[in-house]
Design a protein around this ligand. Structure first.
Ligand code: GBH
Length: 488
């Protein structure tokens, strides 16, 4: 990665589009209004004793359900090309199934989409950003293969309702977080910790549900609706601590995101060889009758292979990987991390966001984009999320620094041939940061949660992001005057 020349003003290539993102549960509120039913996040946030920091919930969140006009006005202030948001399954289908369409919920999304299109802001829609109907969770959620038909029934309804106006679709946001954090490490809803087993069952069902949705769109909708569809994977960069750890780092990448990327984006398809072989061998040695990682049949391999028009990447940070000869660790057996068989840490000197896991490592982003280009035959890349958390406050120089350094690293990769077409800042505004509640703020706009109106105010970073989009230049020296209003 080239070192940053802060004196140089860097041009943004034509054709690269910029936007921001949110997700339904994190911003909408109105959790039980107008026929919306309970999702797994309603259940978790209403559990006593509360598992979320400060007992925060998304019951009201940013009240975007009532304030979509203000949200769109902010998009116009920033001058974004698009806005990525997600649909709440339980708002559209109260029963979880397509037997009843909840018209009021549908109206909300129609209003939002139409308001955006009025100002030429493209809607990019994530079909699933974690808020599964609780009823489907009661039947096993992503570990039950029936979810393949529950999901495709729901996504078909979404294409029918909104596909006339939505030209960018994402099937699933961050399968790794859904499967490992939700079913393996109890760090996201449904807060299960059946690691090394439940998480792997989830992986297969997610891949098949995603691929079937992809092919349904291609077959039944794309010709008339003309959109593009793919998946958004969370991709942390894993860097070896030293040369002897190169293999451990590669294996970590394969376990952490290759398990999704290889079946979809590689020429051969299927789970990565090292993942299949390691989990099979360990499972048998542990007394299981078969590998804890499900097999993909030849038909499933074909179905999943190539099932994304682009490589969607949510990227935040980097980890250093090493392997002990003794591999002494406290991972339970079996578990996903025991299967990976490597350890990670982050450098103490790296600048840290308000989220302890989020360290500023722009060269990791460059290495990652380079790896995607070389390993998967230079696919079109959509950066579907990238961002930095702070505490409350409008002067967010840490966020500004992060965006500049990460966009700069992305431009380095583009210069060397990476086909990056979309860049999305997470997030348009502060929102419900899952288990961290409202204690970690990712917004270009600050949201005041003490105010029933949930007033939104632009941070300094909003002015800087706006200027990058307006000038299509990255200028490390630009200093906005935040006493002036941020005009549309
Ligand atoms: C995204 O997830 C989500 O899509 C979005 O909803 C969320 O608000 C946003 O990012 C900010 O968090 O390896 O145990 O140290 C980010 C997923 C969460 C992946 C933290 C890496 C590190 C946890 N990231 N995780 S750990």
């Amino acid at each position: 990665c080239k070192s940053v020349n802060r004196h140089e003003i860097r041009k943004i290539p034509d054709g690269l589009i910029f936007g921001t993102a949110t997700a339904s549960y994190q911003v909408e509120g109105a959790w039980n209004e107008d026929g919306k039913s309970e999702s797994i996040w309603d259940r978790v946030t209403h559990t006593k004793p509360c598992p979320i920091q400060n007992c925060d919930t998304g019951d009201i969140a940013n009240d975007s359900y009532h304030q979509y006009k203000r949200d769109v006005a902010m998009m116009r202030e920033l001058g974004v090309d698009f806005y990525r948001f997600s649909l709440s399954w339980t708002r559209i289908l109260s029963t979880g199934f397509p037997d009843k369409i909840n018209e009021k919920g549908v109206q909300y999304y129609n209003n939002l989409i139409d308001e955006m299109l009025k100002y030429n802001i493209q809607p990019m829609v994530t079909l699933f950003h974690w808020d599964l109907p609780q009823k489907l969770q009661d039947m096993g959620g992503w570990t039950n293969p029936y979810i393949i038909e529950w999901f495709t029934d729901y996504t078909q309804v979404a294409f029918e309702l909104f596909g006339d106006r939505v030209k960018y679709w994402f099937t699933i946001n961050e399968p790794r977080e859904i499967c490992y954090q939700g079913y393996g490490s109890a760090s996201l809803a449904p807060l299960l910790s059946i690691s090394g087993y439940g998480d792997y069952k989830c992986v297969k069902n997610i891949l098949v549900a995603h691929a079937k949705t992809y092919h349904m769109y291609k077959k039944e909708f794309q010709q008339t609706q003309g959109g593009t569809i793919g998946i958004a994977l969370s991709v942390t960069w894993f860097e070896p601590e030293s040369e002897k750890d190169a293999e451990a780092a590669e294996e970590s990448r394969q376990f952490q995101w290759g398990i999704y990327a290889n079946p979809i984006f590689s020429k051969t398809g299927d789970f990565p060889k090292v993942v299949k072989e390691t989990v099979a061998a360990k499972s048998l040695a542990q007394g299981f009758s078969r590998s804890r990682l499900p097999e993909l049949s030849p038909e499933e391999i074909e179905l999943i292979k190539g099932s994304s028009d682009f490589f969607g990447i949510n990227h935040y940070t980097t980890k250093i990987v090493y392997r002990n000869s003794s591999f002494d660790n406290n991972f339970p057996v079996p578990s996903y991390y025991d299967d990976i068989g490597a350890l990670t840490h982050q450098n103490e000197t790296w600048e840290t966001a308000a989220s302890s896991w989020l360290k500023v490592v722009p060269w990791g982003f460059y290495n990652l984009l380079t790896k995607i280009r070389t390993a998967y035959d230079n696919p079109p890349v959509y950066i579907t999320e990238n961002g930095f958390s702070t505490k409350e406050g409008l002067v967010d120089d840490g966020r500004i620094n992060y965006y500049r350094l990460y966009i700069n690293a992305m431009l380095d990769a583009i210069d060397e041939g990476s086909d990056v077409r979309v860049y999305t800042a997470w997030s348009l505004m502060d929102n419900f940061e899952w288990m961290a509640g409202y204690s970690e703020r990712f917004g270009l706009y600050e949201v005041n949660y003490n105010d029933p109106k949930r007033t939104r105010t632009p941070r300094k970073s909003a002015y800087v992001y706006k200027e990058i989009l307006r000038t299509r230049e990255l200028d490390f020296h630009y200093e906005p005057d935040i006493s002036l209003p941020i005009a549309i």
